[in-house]
Design a protein around this ligand. Sequence first.
Ligand code: CP
Ligand code: NVA
Length: 322
Amino acid sequence: MPQLSELLNGEIAASLKGRDFLALVDFTPEEIRWLIDFAIELKRLHKAGEPFQPLKGKTLGMIFEKSSTRTRVSFEVGMYQLGGYALFLSRNDLQLGRGETIADTARTMSRYLDGIMIRTYAHRTVIELARAATIPVINGLTDYAHPCQALADYQTILEHKGRLEGLKIAYIGDGNNMVHSLLVGAAKLGLHMSIASPEGYEPDPELIRQMQETCGETGASIRVVRDPREAIEDADVVYTDVWASMGFEAEQEKRRIAFANYQVNEDLVRYAKPDFVFMHCLPAKRGEEVSAGVIDGDHSIVFDQAENRLHAQKAIMAAIMS
Ligand code: CP
Ligand code: NVA
């Protein structure tokens, strides 16, 4: 694994300074791999008790329009560990909640802060915020993408499997924000991804089409099937997420019916490789998208994923805000 000085002195470190982190599509495979290596190095330093504080005197504003446990805590703690300060800003406490525009919010915040993290509904809100802001903007989840989680997840897979290229990842369930970011990561990092979703809940076909060219360059592949058993066959990684994401609560009942055959349980994981790992971004609903036996079982690495949010986001913040 590359050491800190080697990582910081390269061309990629220079190319990331001042950039936004809105979606993995905006980054080259080499940049994504660099961020993962940087995250692993920052994790090592932290566990060794060696401080790394490139963001002394800098402040991150964190706008939350949706709930959060992992994202809020890991960004706040990450900023503290990097020597900076993080401000929690809920929509209801901001003038945004009373109709101030996202562009005016961005312009104002750019006068005080050094970076903004936002969790919101429409993906275009993040794009609009980034366009109007003069400081880096980080996407902490939209209805369309969850790139911080996917970065932490590929770090986690690399740590557990020792490689990324050529691995098979199966995603069972809703074609949501999580699968969009995971599939872009798979295409860029050379994994084979199979996605099983019920009719009407498939991931964005335009994004998959766009990623096919990348797959051609990296040796990755992405396919969407209907049958969870077909998707999970020989998988190294089995991933699922909630059937009704934040903002879709009203569809809960309808979705429970549509997804009834898409639970990751003991019967289904028998078709994965014997040493498969089970992943979930959390929060999870035991008895819906995953059985308690699987998520609480020996193959589950869900809390390693949760921990790596801290290290992966420290890598993002240190790279773009330094
Ligand atoms: N995985 C994730 O983003 O969790 P939170 O919603 O708790 O932030
Ligand atoms: N797909 C889920 C992820 C939560 C971290 C949601 O958007 O609610």
